[in-house]
Design a protein around this ligand. Structure first.
Ligand SMILES: [Zn+2]
Length: 51
C-alpha cells in the first residue's frame, strides 16, 4: 500500500512499522487537515528512472 497526495509532496507507504491501516489513517488525517486529494497504489511505486 502506497498513498500519495495529488496536490502536495505528502506520501505514506507501508513498511517501517506502518500497516495498511496506519497508512489509511494517515491519509485520512492529511485529507482532514488540508482538504487535499490522496490517491493510492496497491503496489509499491514504480522506480523513476532519471535519464
Ligand atoms: Zn497534500
Amino acid at each position: 500500500m502506497y498513498k500519495y497526495c495529488l496536490e502536495c509532496e505528502w506520501q505514506c507507504s507501508t513498511g517501517e512499522g506502518r500497516s495498511e491501516a496506519d497508512v489509511s489513517k494517515e491519509a485520512i488525517e492529511h485529507f482532514v487537515e488540508t482538504g487535499h486529494t490522496v490517491d493510492s497504489f496497491r503496489l509499491p511505486p514504480p522506480v523513476i528512472r532519471m535519464n
